[in-house]
Design a protein around this ligand. Structure first.
Ligand SMILES: NC(=O)c1ccc[n+]([C@@H]2O[C@H](COP(=O)([O-])OP(=O)(O)OC[C@H]3O[C@@H](n4cnc5c(N)ncnc54)[C@H](OP(=O)(O)O)[C@@H]3O)[C@@H](O)[C@H]2O)c1
Length: 311
């Protein structure tokens, strides 16, 4: 059996539990492509899963975390005609089951992959899928955001937030974003119309009568958000189930979403990346063997854009 390097988790717990070691290279099943991974996107769900409070079921053998990949097709399983050996691809693999992405190779369902735009790096491609699919589904599938509407994005400089603000501007919305002062210029550069420094100002004093709030924080931020939404407007949360009593009190529609794979949306996201209408900021890159350091940085909750691992 051919071997590869991967970061495996033998036990849920601290970042130190991520072990860089040799394991068996996967083989592509029918409908799958074996991808030589070049870069892997790190998301908060990775370390939440590492701690044992993620999305996937408890496994009975060592697991490989991670869902976002970019790389080169090494081999294709039977029935795969969309990709050929040598193609550069990217995607969010097998979410919400274990994605097996913190590795040199992954066998991925071809339906979850898209061609990587030639003009973007493997790092930017790997940083994109989960956050871009999340923002797309929250803003367009669920909130049906329209040109001319006003959107408030909490944590606008974070992984999901900085993509959401760009997608909303592309759609023609007016965008308000919360972030600390050090991210204000970054957000204005992405087209954000109004930046609120949440560390110095209550966002409800600076924003009123918005059509849609994208809640990435839950808790108190979510509760206070009801007061800034127009009657008939919408709160979409990716953090926690919205409070139905508050929704009724303020006459606001609510939804909580969990991102799902979509090959068709990945193709649209790839087009926007290629046109540079969407740029994904890679604020930190670590070798795969230093996944633990990448997790510790992500766990601060104050990174700009995305962190990636280089395989
Ligand atoms: N349901 C789903 O399908 C789904 C999908 C993706 C993500 N999520 C969840 O959504 C959350 C956000 O994900 P992410 O990838 O965007 O996280 P992230 O990249 O780690 O977010 C970091 C950003 O959060 C900002 N921030 C921290 N506290 C804030 C506050 N109180 N108000 C405003 N901004 C604040 C920081 O800005 P400053 O440094 O300026 O403070 C930083 O830029 C995570 O909990 C993640 O697990 C859920």
């Amino acid at each position: 059996m051919t071997q590869m390097h991967a970061v495996r988790l033998h036990q849920y717990g601290a970042a130190e539990n991520l072990i860089y070691e040799e394991t068996q290279r996967p083989e592509p099943l029918p409908g799958e492509a074996l991808v030589r991974i070049r870069a892997i996107g790190v998301n908060p769900v990775d370390w939440k899963t590492r701690e044992g409070r993620g999305v996937a079921e408890t496994p009975d053998s060592p697991i490989i975390l991670g869902w976002d990949i970019a790389g080169v097709v090494e081999e294709v399983g039977s029935g795969v005609d969309r990709f050929a050996v040598g193609d550069e691809v990217f995607g969010m693999v097998r979410f919400p089951e274990f994605g097996n992405a913190y590795a040199d190779y992954v066998a991925a369902p071809a339906s979850e992959l898209a061609n990587k735009p030639a003009n973007i790096s493997f790092a930017e491609a790997a940083a994109s899928p989960l956050v871009a699919l999340t923002a797309w589904q929250a803003l367009f599938d669920v909130a049906q955001l329209q040109a001319g509407q006003t959107l408030l994005v909490h944590a606008a400089a974070g992984g999901v937030g900085h993509v959401a603000v760009q997608l909303a501007k592309w759609r023609g919305a007016r965008v308000i974003g919360t972030a600390s002062a050090r991210n204000a210029d970054f957000l204005r550069g992405l087209g954000v119309d109004q930046v609120i420094d949440y560390t110095h100002e209550r966002f409800e004093d600076a924003a009123q009568a918005v059509d849609v709030v994208l809640d990435t924080q839950g808790e108190e931020t979510q509760r206070r958000s009801f007061t800034v939404i127009k009657p008939g407007g919408m709160l979409v949360s990716i953090a926690q189930m919205p409070d139905e009593a508050l929704a009724q009190q303020y006459g606001v529609r609510t939804a909580r979403i969990r991102v799902r794979p979509s090959g068709e949306q990945m193709a649209q996201i790839a087009r926007l990346l290629e046109q540079r209408a969407l740029r994904v900021e890679v604020a930190g890159a670590f070798p795969l063997s230093e996944a633990a350091a990448a997790h510790r940085l992500s766990e601060t909750g104050h990174t700009r854009g995305k962190i990636v691992l280089i395989s």
